[in-house]
Design a protein around this ligand. Structure first.
Ligand code: C2E
Ligand code: SIN
Ligand code: SIN
Ligand code: SIN
Ligand code: FE
Ligand code: FE
Length: 388
């Protein structure tokens, strides 16, 4: 059958390879989701060498197992490194081409039994991290059309997909680490700002959770919701630069003190605005806009209605709800009825009417969050243990 000339060549010409690669480059560059990126790379590998399916295996060194991170046509599985061709590649770091698996002792027939798939050919390549350490295996199964076989050239062509996959995984791990560190730093910083104004512990956490709930119910997508949840805790970061005598003043601020206090918005914006990171860009915007009002009478810009970014509008409501529901140095905590009354009155004045509706419709959930992250009473107010 392999003599049929109308069929495309079994090993792609350089031109065809380039075409395949070009057709993926744009999508790969635009993809920010690591799992989606790996799927694209598996698809590209499959197209490059005319395989039926590709699997990206990740190596867990501690347990000596391979996890199928992306797999065409089969459910994700875990296999021990001691078995199978993929395991062999992971252990030795050597590429393998197996065109007669059922007569190869390294092949694990159990996998075919489990998946009901008949393996004719396997091609496996190690995936290396930036330092050359093996982090996984890029595997292709069954050259199509039958009964063609994988060649050295296929292996070389798949190397491209495997190399990209290594870089992607590297970047993913690095990025996760950076973002985890970044979040930690941000929360710590934000808490420092809040702690100074005696808005203890959970204020930052509560505002983040209120924002998430608002965003979900308002209908922002998952991506916006997560970005808002992570960046809203920084809304008051500019308070770091406000003197204690103002920040901690137990009573009402005088006009001059109030002017200084209002600068915490622009100060926060100035601190964060230079970052190229999405998270910090969002945080800068929120610092700038969280005291704007729907009716345009807020500060620092006096921006009105939907000209205030949705992140700013949501954080404004979350912040006020938390400020009212809890004690501040300058005010006691308010009763829930009083808070609801204020939000009703301020609908379309201080606050976006759609968000007030979200708040009232989901009031119980907001209270739940407030109760979940309840601040411990200051030590002095903890009643002494009853004497026995
Ligand atoms: P914050 O304590 O986080 O309060 C956030 C927002 O909650 C306030 O923004 C305001 O919109 C709302 N809010 C808080 N308490 C009340 C209240 O008793 N009534 C009403 N209607 N709304 C309230 P705002 O006003 O722009 O204040 C920004 C920040 O300025 C406050 O952040 C707080 O740190 C400080 N601040 C405001 N008023 C005073 C004050 O009288 N004394 C002191 N020491 N600080 C104040
Ligand atoms: C193996 O690596 O031996 C199994 C290949 C497969 O069928 O997934
Ligand atoms: C102030 O003028 O001292 C604060 C105003 C406010 O709490 O809204
Ligand atoms: C958005 O969906 O990002 C904005 C919607 C709005 O401005 O209300
Ligand atoms: Fe503020
Ligand atoms: Fe605040």
């Amino acid at each position: 059958m392999s003599k049929n000339q109308s069929r495309r060549p079994l090993t792609a010409s350089p031109n065809e390879l380039l075409k395949t690669i070009f057709s993926y480059v744009g999508r790969i560059a635009d993809e920010r989701d690591i799992d989606q990126l790996l799927i694209l790379l598996a698809d590209m590998g499959r197209d490059l060498i005319s395989a039926d399916r590709c699997t990206v295996w990740l190596l867990n060194r501690k347990t000596k197992e391979l996890w199928s991170k992306v797999a065409h046509g089969v459910d994700r599985i875990v296999i021990p490194c001691s078995a199978g061709i993929a395991g062999c590649v992971a252990m030795t770091g050597e590429s393998l081409i197996i065109n007669d698996p059922y007569n190869d002792s390294r092949f694990d027939k159990e996998i075919d039994k489990k998946t009901g798939y008949h393996t004719r050919n396997i091609l496996g390549l190690p995936i290396n991290d930036g330092e050359g350490k093996i982090i996984g295996v890029f595997q292709a199964i069954n050259k199509v059309p039958e009964p063609e076989q994988f060649s050295r050239q296929d292996l070389e062509h798949l190397l491209l997909a495997a190399t990209y996959t290594g870089k992607t995984l590297d970047a993913a791990m690095l990025q996760e680490e950076i973002e985890a560190t970044q979040r930690e730093i941000i929360f710590t910083l934000a808490e420092t700002g809040e702690l100074r104004s005696k808005e203890t512990g959970y204020h930052v956490k509560r505002v983040a959770e209120f924002c998430r709930l608002f965003a979900e119910k308002y209908g922002l997508g998952a991506d916006d919701t997560e970005l808002l949840r992570l960046s809203s805790p920084m809304h008051d970061i500019g308070k770091i630069a406000i003197p204690d005598r103002i920040l901690l003043k137990p009573g009402k601020l005088d006009a001059e003190e109030w002017e200084t206090m209002k600068t915490h918005t622009t100060l926060g914006y100035e601190m964060l605005k230079h970052s190229e990171r999405r998270l910090l860009k969002a945080a800068a915007l929120i610092a700038n806009e969280h005291h704007e009002r729907w009716d345009g009478k807020g500060y620092p810009g006096g921006v009105k209605g939907k000209k205030i970014h949705i992140y700013g509008r949501i954080t404004a409501m979350s912040d006020v709800f938390d400020a009212l529901a809890n004690e501040r140095v300058y005010k006691p905590a308010w009763e829930m009825e009083r808070i609801v009354k204020l939000f009703r009155e301020e609908k379309g004045r201080q606050f976006d009417p759609d968000l007030v509706k979200v708040f009232l419709d989901n009031f119980d959930r907001f209270v739940e969050i407030k109760e979940t992250y309840r601040d411990a009473p200051p030590a002095a107010e903890i009643p002494p243990a009853p004497e026995s």
